[in-house]
Design a protein around this ligand. Structure first.
Ligand code: PMP
Length: 328
């Protein structure tokens, strides 16, 4: 079988049982290994869907430029799709993101503008604002805006959710995913709850982000925002892709717990993954423990991306020690 292009290799990632990091808990925890997508992250799914939908609506024309604010993974997905379909790419990102991610985007032919992390989203220097401005200045450009573009969650409704349902033969009882734009959690949760309304949906947030309080109170409280180092999850805005009604719980995980679990997943399970994966697994296991989940429970946890983008950080002992993340 020959794929027509690398785009056709997106999705249908494996579910893999976690055996050791569960520390003897009786439930089954199955990880959905999204680094096996061609762009090495779950974001290939939304990149393809956002561009497909834009082409269908006539929002992007041949030879056009795709402009997006991205922490790197969405950029990789968009850059792959752009390469195959003949578009140019400009990405804005923050100076918190790994250098590896920026280098990768440039390798795929994209222009990358690095913007400051610690400014308000509506500050003209923020990566949201710069992406917005460039999309207004550059003719025949398209700004997918993964935060508010509902093609994002639709991609997970159409692919991630059905794959989990089929791979578990409808036996999934808990669905766990980190919340960045909210697309992964919302889209697949909607599909899974349509199949079985008893499926519990657990969103993973970062300490220093607004989602947990928003889930508990319905309020957006900027006072919750504090700096943290886990990349890809947590927000200082509430994107349109988030649907609070589909969530049953939100668990916040701090950087140290996230990164230590990330390293355990690599060393004990052979899963070389990124920091938001460690956060998701740590939060999932904490939820399982607190709710006494048993051997009839089948929890699916999304592992969004690969460890290759974090070798100078999470997988570097000096970096971990500098931040007080190693227990020696
Ligand atoms: N982990 C990583 C590494 C990511 O890049 C993202 C996307 N921001 C997420 C988790 C969260 O996924 P989503 O945007 O669908 O909520």
């Amino acid at each position: 079988m020959i794929h027509n292009s690398i785009i056709d290799a997106i999705g249908n990632t494996p579910l893999v049982r976690l055996n050791k990091v569960t520390d003897g808990q009786p439930l089954t925890v199955a990880a959905k290994v999204e680094y096996l997508n061609p762009g090495q992250s779950i974001k290939d799914r939304i990149a393809l869907k956002m561009i497909d939908d834009a082409e269908e609506k006539g929002l992007i024309k041949p030879g056009g430029t795709i402009i997006e604010g991205t922490s790197g993974n969405t950029g990789m997905g968009l850059a792959l799709v752009a390469a195959v379909r003949g578009y140019k790419c400009i990405f804005t990102t923050t100076d918190k993101q790994s250098k590896e991610k920026v280098d990768l985007l440039r390798a795929l032919g994209a222009r990358v503008e690095v913007c400051p992390t610690n400014v308000e989203p509506d500050d003209p220097r923020s990566y949201y604002s710069v992406a917005q401005r460039l999309s207004e200045e550059i003719p025949n450009s398209y700004y997918p805006n993964q935060y508010d573009n509902l093609s994002n969650r639709e991609a997970h409704y159409e692919t991630t959710g059905p794959e989990i349902w089929e791979q578990t033969e409808g036996k999934v009882t808990h669905y766990v995913a980190g919340m960045g734009t909210g697309g992964t959690i919302t889209g697949a949760a909607k599909y899974l709850k349509e199949q079985n309304p008893d499926v519990k949906v657990i969103g993973i947030d970062s300490v220093g982000s607004v989602y947990k309080k928003y889930f508990e109170t319905g309020e957006f409280d900027k006072g919750e925002v504090k700096p943290y180092l886990t990349e890809g999850i947590g927000e200082d805005i509430i994107p349109k892709n988030v649907d609070r009604d589909l969530l049953d719980a939100v668990v916040q995980v701090g950087d140290k717990d996230a990164f230590q679990m990330t390293r355990r997943l690599a060393k004990e399970e052979g899963l070389f993954i990124g920091g938001s994966c460690g956060a998701a697994v740590y939060g999932a296991l904490q939820y399982a423990r607190e709710n006494n989940l048993g051997e009839n429970d089948l929890m699916v946890v999304i592992l969004p991306d690969s460890g290759t983008r974090y070798t100078s950080k999470i997988y570097n002992d000096d970096w971990m020690r500098e931040h007080g993340f190693l227990d020696e």
